[in-house]
Ligand binder design. Structure first.
Ligand code: ATP
Ligand code: MG
Length: 422
């Protein structure tokens, strides 16, 4: 039997280069969100199971088969959050943030879904969620779309993504549509795939999302949702399209976008790419005007979206992400020299605010110089036997024309300051 313990299936380890890509996306998103006046909040990863079964919907894929649910030591049923909106709504209700006020909030962190792992689909994945509370008009929907478009632009992905938009109306319009869809599809029951057959009784509208070719063919002649949309939702949608047109933001109206969670109404949208195969949705969202009231708050219009960092990071894989390299590399030969280098490095960080990585442990000068070169640092500080004897440090230029000078230890900080001011 092997003693090796491996990571859980579908839970990714992020090696430094990959983590740097996540960080880059998060940093850019944070900066764009700040430019629009959004505030970051922190939400727990664990919530009561009932929060999701009630708000996300009992017959959604997420609640039916994807949740990590367990009883804690107190026999309370808890769930690792599969998505962020339900928790955010609990949060705004609990802190009275939805009552007679507006909020523009965002959060980031891991989500957990028991799915079949594949490229772009993991059991732990990171999202950035952006949610607007208390704003009713299509202008805030438009703001969210323009904000996300700006993020793609900053990340250099504008040409790789397109916006797909739809309106799913209010609950009554969806009910009427659902009934018509069921009546139509029931006639073709024999031709439906198993998943769709099951959804016919649990969540018929989700059948529109089916990727099964025979089902897609059946849907070509099915009733269309837009024929059932209520007048107020239609007006809202027209208003949104008008703003996007005025802003020059391209979009495609896609009637089959219905989203996989129960809480959406009116506007729904997805940003999609053809670069990631089947996992082509990088961001999805919409209105959820009923959710705050459903959790006991006052009826409050809300709209939001979540973007998947893992998929975005995959899209950025071809682009070199320049990690920040360090300024200085500290080389030391011998035990006394090592101690001296550590002390000098602390002074460099404190007094100059420069970054310095020091060699740890033993190692020949030549091998250390090689590491210094690979580190990307601009200069190496060297303390070996000679330097120790003279109470000095060798300062060696690693880039350009090179060159090395012996500097008295007492003059080092001043010398470095001048060097890095250039
Ligand atoms: P999909 O149709 O791909 O399953 P979804 O509709 O379930 O996506 P949402 O719940 O809307 O996804 O989540 C928003 C975003 O989070 C997605 O667009 C995607 O980028 C990302 N995402 C969702 N599930 C996963 C996953 N299992 N692994 C990685 N990213 C994911
Ligand atoms: Mg999914």
């Amino acid at each position: 039997m092997s003693n090796t313990i491996k990571a859980i299936r579908g839970m990714q380890d992020l090696l430094p280069e990959k983590k740097a890509r996540f960080r880059l996306i998060e940093d850019q998103a944070r900066s764009v969100l700040m430019d629009y006046g959004y505030q970051e909040v922190g939400l727990p990863v664990l919530e009561s199971t009932s929060l999701f079964s009630r708000l996300v919907g009992a017959s959604t894929d997420i609640v039916e088969k994807e949740m990590y649910t367990f009883n804690d030591r107190n026999e309370e049923s808890l769930t690792l959050r599969p998505e962020g909106t339900a928790g955010l709504v609990r949060f705004v209700n609990e802190h009275g943030l939805a009552f007679n006020q507006t909020q523009r909030l965002w959060y980031t962190g891991p989500m957990f879904r028991y799915e079949r792992p594949q490229k772009g689909r993991y059991r732990q994945f990171d999202q950035i969620g952006v949610e607007c509370i208390g704003m009713e008009g299509p202008d805030i929907d438009a703001e969210l779309l323009l904000l996300s478009a700006r993020l793609w632009s900053v990340l250099g992905l504008s040409n790789a993504v397109t916006l797909e938009l739809n309106s799913i109306g209010d609950a009554e319009s969806r009910q009427a549509f659902s009934a018509a869809l069921v009546a139509y599809l029931t006639r073709f029951k024999a031709d439906l795939d198993d998943d769709s057959l099951r959804r016919l009784t649990t969540n018929p509208i989700r059948i529109l999302d089916s990727k099964v070719p025979t089902t897609q063919t059946l849907l070509e002649d099915a009733p269309v949702l837009s024929d059932f949309i209520d007048a107020a939702s239609r007006k809202h949608f027209d208003g949104l399209c008008a703003i996007l047109d005025a802003a020059g933001q391209p979009y495609r109206i896609n009637q089959s976008i219905v989203r996989g969670l129960d809480y959406y109404n009116r506007t729904v949208f997805e940003w999609v790419t053809d670069q990631l195969g089947a996992q082509g949705t990088i961001c999805g969202g919409g209105r959820y005007d009923g959710l705050v009231a459903q959790l006991g708050g006052k009826p409050t219009p809300c709209v939001g979206f979540a973007l998947g960092l893992d998929r975005l990071a995959l899209m950025l894989e071809d682009q070199a992400t320049q990690g920040r390299s360090i300024d200085i590399y500290g080389v030391s030969v011998g035990e006394d020299a090592r101690g001296k280098m550590l002390v000098l490095a602390e002074q460099v960080r404190t007094q100059l605010g420069l970054s310095i990585q020091v060699h740890a442990g033993a190692g020949k000068l030549k091998a250390q110089m090689k590491k210094a070169d690979l580190s990307g640092a601009e200069i190496a500080l060297i303390v070996a036997e000679d330097e120790l004897a003279q109470d000095a440090v060798s300062v060696r230029e690693l880039r350009g024309e090179g060159g090395q000078a012996l500097v008295q230890t007492s003059a080092l900080i001043e010398q470095l300051q001048r060097r890095f001011e250039q």
